[in-house]
Design a protein around this ligand. Structure first.
Ligand code: CA
Length: 333
């Protein structure tokens, strides 16, 4: 039976040689803190790095083999956020130009989000405008913290102001936990599956706590990995949010409950979460219109995510929303 939907995957990684070359100039300790590992790559890292660097034939061949119709490309974590403000901004422009070039060559197969360097907030806001208005990219991506700082700090809010004005989403993608959280989360084998989720979910709760969504009520964020654990915790988060403020006679900086912002201002992708129970729960908590399909190429086996999503106990009309129409709406594809 022919498929009645396109498969659009919205968190598909790539990088450019210039970012790798710049990161290779950092000393080993700085590289480790940034989650980069040694300059000499393990065979597994060398293999996925080769995939990240290809924006043409090999990538399209892989998409064809895996049944992916369109990929929304995002610069691989930590992207341009580990460099000085000047270098980060220059590399963000270069990577966005390169991405736009790839999209122009295959407009029916590829789309992309603009890499942003929050190290220079005003330049990042300007780059978001240039990349979306002039280059045709569909929003921005920020790989969680920037040198240990989170976007709830008002010095970064020019980026959110631009995103709201341009009506484009910002994808908050995980990276190695910030220096403040790194030590207890540095357990080999749990750094990614647990540490990345704690890092990113904490970032989102800091944003909510800062009142940023009251300041920019139309701001739209995207988070991966089935919502980084937030949908599962949302009722308790709301309950204890009220209790804690009452117990301390404190007034929240945000006007509504945390769950209200998660449901209204955030959409989630499935990236790497090819499991039925979390998907069903996320649909129940967030609503079917808030879930996007992502495969997380080349860090996950894309075929597994397609097989799992195809087999989900969902109506074909719901699969069409997750695979296609939600992504088309959120990213104006
Ligand atoms: Ca990813």
């Amino acid at each position: 039976m022919a498929r009645k939907y396109k498969r659009i995957a919205v968190e598909e990684g790539f990088t450019i040689p210039e970012i790798i070359a710049e990161a290779n100039k950092m000393d080993e300790a700085a590289r480790f803190a940034a989650g980069l590992g040694p300059v000499k790559m393990s065979p597994a890292r060398a293999a996925f790095t080769e995939c990240l660097l290809d924006l043409g034939k090999s990538r399209l061949d892989a998409m064809n083999a895996d049944g992916i119709d369109k990929a929304l490309l995002v610069v691989s974590s930590p992207g341009v956020q580990i460099f000085t403000p000047g270098t980060g901004t220059a590399l963000s422009r270069l990577v966005n130009d390169r991405l736009a070039e790839a999209v122009r060559a295959h407009p029916d197969r590829l789309a992309g989000l603009a890499a942003l360097a929050p190290q220079d907030p005003a330049a990042a806001a300007a780059e978001l405008e240039r990349a979306t208005r002039r280059l045709g990219l569909k929003g921005g991506i920020i790989n969680s913290h920037t040198k240990g700082e989170y976007l709830d700090d008002r010095k970064f809010w020019a980026i959110f102001e631009a995103a709201q004005a341009l009506d484009v989403p910002i994808y908050i993608h995980p990276r190695e936990p910030s220096p403040q959280m790194a030590a207890p989360l540095a357990m080999e084998g749990f750094r990614v599956g647990w540490g990345y989720a704690v890092e990113t979910a904490t970032h989102i709760l800091r944003l909510i706590s800062s009142g940023v969504f009251d300041h920019f009520p139309k701001l739209r964020l995207v988070i991966g990995h089935m919502g980084e654990g937030l949908p599962f915790m949302l009722d308790r988060i709301d309950n204890r949010f009220v209790w804690e403020h009452a117990a301390r006679a404190a007034t929240p900086k945000s006007k509504r409950l945390p769950g209200d912002y998660v449901r209204d201002n955030i959409v989630i992708s499935t990236s790497g979460m090819n499991y039925t129970a979390p998907l069903q729960m996320a649909i129940a908590v967030m609503g079917i219109d808030k879930i996007l399909f992502a495969a997380d190429y080349p860090f996950e086996v894309v075929r597994d995510s397609v097989v799992a999503m195809d087999a989900m106990p969902l109506a074909e009309s719901d699969k069409k929303k997750i695979y296609q129409s939600n992504a088309e709406r959120v990213f104006a594809l």
